[in-house]
Design a protein around this ligand. Structure first.
Ligand code: IMP
Ligand code: MG
Length: 175
């Protein structure tokens, strides 16, 4: 009954890459302050690790979107469940997302944030699955580009399970 999970990215590989991303972001925003927006729930693990590696004054905010569809594909209908509690007008905003898949959730979210007139708006995603893209959206910082496989761990879930795994793996459902 238990699902088998094969490791795609180890904890060490992920941590090393997040460290590099943090250094790159620190350089790019030198002398600025950042508002980091972590999208719930999937990006929580990545956002915490990345925030620790960004050596700049920053604030952390949370947003949550829900897209209607079946459990592993998002539909076009996205709804905002949790919004920011600060005004981002004139601020440098970096959205932190777990994975860019079809791009539907992010295009909705980025558009919403853009309308609030931040000084700048960029996107950092731990994973990118370009083969699945429906809406043309690209992260400014990408951890890993992966093939079209459903992955779990490091915050990513399969029916709310496996978020806590310290690595990223592919579920093989066994029954
Ligand atoms: P999009 O709107 O299709 O880009 O979907 C983005 C959301 O779908 C992500 O934030 C994840 O919550 C979820 N998702 C997409 N691919 C995967 C996956 O391989 N594993 C777990 N969740 C995924
Ligand atoms: Mg999810």
């Amino acid at each position: 009954m238990a699902d088998r999970i094969s490791v795609m990215l180890t904890e060490e590989e992920i941590d090393a890459r997040i460290r590099q991303m943090g250094e790159e972001i620190t350089k790019d925003y030198e002398g600025k302050e950042l508002v980091l927006i972590c999208t719930l729930k999937g990006a929580v693990f990545f956002a915490c690790e990345l925030a620790k590696r960004i050596d700049l004054p920053s604030q952390m905010e949370f947003m949550r979107c829900e897209s209607y569809g079946n459990s592993d594909t998002s539909s076009g209908n996205v709804k905002l469940l949790l919004d920011l509690d600060q005004d981002i007008a004139g601020k440098h905003v970096l959205v932190i997302e777990d994975i860019v898949d079809t791009g539907r959730t992010l295009s909705y979210l980025m558009e919403k944030l853009k309308n609030r007139k931040p000084a700048s708006l960029k996107l950092a995603a731990l994973l990118d699955k370009p083969e699945r893209r429906v809406i043309d959206i690209k992260a400014d910082y990408t951890g890993f580009t992966i093939p079209d496989k459903f992955v779990v761990g490091y915050g990513l879930d399969y029916a709310q399970n496996y978020r806590q795994l310290p690595y990223i793996g592919v579920v093989e459902v066994v029954d």
